[in-house]
Design a protein. Structure first.
Length: 426
């Protein structure tokens, strides 16, 4: 039930509505421990022409009471309440639909922004008139109580205007991506004209939203400035391993593939999209390791669900497996290396991840023929980790044709503990 006070706050209008330049959208769901820090950081700005739209997504803790307390004290805050929990995408879409500002800033309710954020973004957009401003963030890791930079990669010319696709290509060519929506300051009319919104009901929703924005924006700018403070906490949605994450990334892959196939791109743009798509595919492959036998999707539309079912039906049984005795030895090992970076090795990685067994590295004969990572694990040439092999258990994740040759080579390098998985008989 919505209280009388909350109902009045929800329908109240700001007296200075015509002066609102920035709408800050804050989705709120069960974050009573962090919500005050978030709101205080937004209210402590060196700028005044903004509103704060807090979308209470049916919180069951004291978040609603905290929102009402702040809304009574600060006229900049508006509360919109979902009577049932709809998820982050729906909360952000509700915020966008009710925003009055020329530009939108998304702040998650357990995060913060620095005090100069709004004034500097206002000044820049007044001068540049761009669709999107990209910027950097700091990360606070709750478990280690340390602050770490999110972006210490090679810098891109700060303040230079690009098209969305051009900057997307530059990011990809430098091995970067800025897909988190909380690192973007977006023109509201741009989203309206392009009919871009968050895909409802999925996780990793930023990946699709940001891709569509980058592909459609005519003028964007990148700032090498850390305005956002992201709190990485253990209980957050994105810190959990669950099958919905794999399902969500699958949905995003299909959506990107559909967009990719229905539009025309330059060779450079195609290569950049390939990088973005490949990175997402590796994410999907990583999270799909945590649940077996999933033959249907619970999220996504008809196309995603139909395609997933077809792929699952066509999927053959895995090639390699491990018996109880082998798994018992692996669980006792100090270091674990999987040799191979193909389908057979994927079978082994999947089995170990479902058992929560850590893999130290992927070994290959020649790293030039493989990517730098496999399922998110560093790939190293066998010869470069010879010293490491003596104290590690190595699982040979290759087909029967090559396993004996690999075993002989490992033994010559001093490896004492080697496991050859069993071939699955269909």
């Amino acid at each position: 039930m919505i209280s009388k006070r909350e109902e009045l706050l929800m329908h109240s209008e700001l007296s200075s509505e015509k002066n609102i330049y920035i709408s800050i959208i804050v989705p709120v769901y069960n974050v009573e421990m962090y919500l005050r820090d978030c709101l205080d950081s937004i209210l402590n700005q060196d700028y005044s022409d903004y509103e704060i739209i807090c979308v209470n997504d049916a919180s069951t803790d004291n978040s609603r009471e905290i929102l009402c307390e702040y809304a009574v004290k600060y006229s900049k805050i508006r509360i919109i309440t979902h009577l049932e929990n709809k998820g982050l995408s729906a909360a952000r879409n509700t915020g966008i639909a009710n925003a009055k500002g020329k530009y939108l800033l998304f702040v998650d309710s357990d995060d913060m922004i620095i005090s100069s954020t709004l004034v500097e973004l206002y000044q820049l957009t007044q001068k540049k008139q761009v669709d999107i401003v990209y910027f950097d963030m700091d990360v606070i890791y709750q478990d280690a109580y340390k602050k770490m930079s999110k972006n210490d990669e090679e810098r891109i010319n700060s303040g230079e205007i690009f098209s969305g696709r051009e900057l997307f290509c530059i990011f990809a060519e430098k091995g970067q991506k800025k897909s988190e929506v909380c690192r973007q300051f977006i023109k509201r009319d741009f989203l309206k004209e392009q009919r871009i919104e968050f895909y409802d009901g999925i996780l990793h929703e930023d990946e699709l939203f940001s891709f569509l924005c980058a592909m459609s924006a005519l003028k964007v700018v990148n700032l090498n400035r850390k305005y956002y403070i992201y709190r990485q906490r253990l209980g957050s949605i994105m810190s959990r391993r669950n099958n919905k994450r794999a399902e969500s990334v699958f949905v995003i892959l299909v959506q990107i593939l559909t967009f990719w196939a229905s539009h025309t791109f330059t060779d450079r743009e195609n290569e950049a999209i390939r990088y973005y798509f490949g990175d997402l595919y590796n994410t999907y492959r990583y999270y799909s390791c945590f649940e077996e036998g999933k033959e249907y999707l619970e999220v996504g539309g008809f196309v995603e669900k139909a395609l997933y079912t077809i792929l699952q039906t066509a999927h053959t049984s895995r090639y390699l497996t491990l018996n109880k005795e082998q798994l018992s030895c692996i669980e006792k090992a100090r270091h674990i290396i999987v040799f191979g970076a193909g389908k057979a090795a994927m079978d082994i990685v999947n089995i170990l991840r479902r058992k929560n067994i850590h893999i130290d590295a992927i070994a290959v004969s020649n790293s030039d023929d493989n990517s730098e990572t496999f399922c998110g694990i560093q790939v190293r040439p066998m010869d470069s980790i010879a010293y490491y092999l003596k104290d590690a258990l190595v699982i040979i994740g290759v087909t029967e044709k090559y396993s004996q040759g690999i075993q002989d080579r490992l033994e010559k390098l001093g490896c004492k503990d080697i496991i050859i998985p069993l071939k699955v008989v269909n």
